[in-house]
Design a protein around this ligand. Structure first.
Ligand code: NDP
Length: 466
């Protein structure tokens, strides 16, 4: 049977674009790609990129404050011009969208700027009614924000809407305690909004190391975010030009805007997956094997639509591995066990890789090396903020199994720690590196004695404490 394409990709986000480009440019596959919105997907258009630029924008006040600590008498960020920033942001996103589109065109990919859904295992139907056939189909449709299902929730915003606001709200409520809630609470507070964060747990960032969670929660409080923990909004109502929020304890409060950051779900609705025989999981995700292959052999899926590790670089790696495997005769699986992640809160970021202290303790005897200190730069400017660095070391093999950093530019540091950890480095390998002084990162190679032992009896100790 002959097909119109060797590969048809549904979704022009990070994973889909990488797979299409590699299949076409490296392996000369005939590739088509459909994207219903802007090329680049969540990360480029509505996520990582605009969010990080907003983080930079929101720090001007803090930088001006620090400059005063260094003797700059007139340092003042002045008023913030949101519309000017938004205009520049739009221009930057348009540039990036052009770069993504240009890369695909240069690789010879046919772009269909419209929605597509599956007709059968080898056929895709486009919104204009045309049907195209492909030997392989890749679902890379991403995820969508999920609302909590409470009365009046349509009055609230999701993170996509934040980039399109006409002005920075005076009083804003952020609901949730994950990546997006923490980052946007930091941004909104930094831009001058009086920000409240309502989370149903005791400390934000569930799933992260306990110390990192406590530090992140405390930092949100220190920068001025009003925390309502634990609490859950139960109702939103329009009131006097604003939004009246009722909480589960019966309390009410009024805000100019409410933003829900209560998780994301795989975007599989209306894609014709069930009709084509593709097995979906409980959250609606495409169930795939280690090769990203679905229950239908010709259909593969990568990225958030599979709900494995929902991070852009993971989706890119999955897309690239798929193209290498299927079109390049270079079978490559993605190892989802070890990946770094960073939460861009300020002034200190949270960045992690590997086991948390809680997971390490559950796995067996570990040594914990921890340093807590006031970084030179902020200390001199008059801040008491403490950075924390933690290494978890398997007491038997001496391998570093986890690293957690709460500090300025922690994301940059964890990226480099990912290299030795990927090579199964031991604590002695870390110690062998000569420190670069004076830096924050030198703490990672100068922690000589364990702060505590966890996970039961240690091989070289009679008693361990968990
Ligand atoms: P997360 O899953 O990280 O957090 C969702 C939050 O909402 C949790 O605190 C959760 O509580 C809470 N929640 C869920 N349902 C409800 C409910 N019904 N009522 C009240 N609270 C609720 O999702 P995000 O939306 O923050 O982020 C989505 C994805 O985007 C993440 O998987 C992340 O990987 C990715 N991302 C990555 C970033 C980065 O790398 N820096 C930045 C932004 C996003 P609980 O903890 O109790 O479940």
């Amino acid at each position: 049977m002959t097909f119109d394409y060797d590969l048809f990709v549904i979704g022009g986000g990070s994973g889909g674009v990488r797979a299409a480009r590699i299949a076409a440019s490296e392996y000369h596959a005939r590739v088509g790609l459909a994207e219903e919105s802007r090329m680049g997907g969540t990360c480029v258009i509505r996520g990582c990129v605009p969010k990080k630029l907003m983080i930079f924008a929101s720090q001007a006040g803090a930088l001006a404050h620090e400059a005063r600590g260094y003797g700059w008498q007139s340092a003042d960020a002045g008023p913030f011009d949101w519309l000017m920033f938004r205009h520049k942001l739009d221009a930057e996103l348009t540039r990036l969208e052009g770069a993504y589109t240009g890369g695909l065109v240069a690789a010879g990919v046919d772009i269909h700027k419209q929605r597509a859904h599956l007709h059968d295992a080898h056929t895709v139907e486009l919104a204009d009614g045309r049907r195209v056939t492909a030997k392989h189909i890749l679902i890379a449709a991403g995820g969508r924000p999920q609302l909590p299902g409470i009365e009046g929730e349509e009055l609230g915003m999701i993170s996509d809407d934040l980039f399109l606001m006409e002005k920075v709200p005076g009083r804003v409520l952020v609901v949730g305690g994950g990546f997006i809630a923490c980052e946007f609470a930091t941004i909104l507070q930094g831009l001058g909004a009086h920000t409240t964060l309502s989370y149903r747990g005791d400390a934000v960032l569930r799933g992260f190391d306990g110390d990192m969670r406590r530090n992140a929660t405390e930092q949100l409080r220190v920068i001025g975010v009003e925390l309502r923990l634990p609490s859950t909004p139960t109702k939103l109502e329009k009131r006097d030009g604003g939004i009246l929020v009722t909480y589960d304890d019966g309390a009410t409060d009024q805000y100019d805007a409410v933003m829900f950051a209560t998780g994301r779900t795989p975007h599989t609705k209306g894609l014709g997956l069930e009709q084509a025989g593709v097995k979906l999981g409980q959250k609606g995700e495409v169930v795939v094997d280690e090769w990203s292959q679905s229950s239908v052999p010709s259909i593969f899926a990568v990225g958030d639509v599979t709900d494995r590790v929902n991070l852009t670089p993971v989706a890119i790696r999955e897309g690239h591995s798929f193209a290498d495997t299927v079109f390049g005769a270079k079978p490559r699986k993605v190892d989802h066990r070890l990946y770094g992640a960073a939460v861009y809160i300020r002034p200190h970021e949270v960045a992690s890789i590997g086991l948390t202290e809680e997971e390490a303790a559950a796995q067996g005897p570990h040594e914990v090396y921890e340093a807590s200190f006031r970084p030179m730069r902020s200390l001199f400017a008059g801040s008491d903020a403490r950075a924390v660095m933690k290494l978890l070391v398997d007491a038997g093999t001496h391998k570093v199994t986890g690293c957690h950093i709460f500090g300025p530019e922690a994301g940059e540091m964890i990226q480099l720690v990912a290299i030795p950890m990927g090579m199964c480095a031991t604590k002695a390998d870390f110690d062998a590196a000569i420190a670069v002084h004076p830096t924050l990162a030198e703490e990672l190679v100068t922690m000589r004695r364990p702060t505590r032992h966890i996970g039961g009896a240690h091989p070289d100790k009679t008693v361990g404490s968990a």
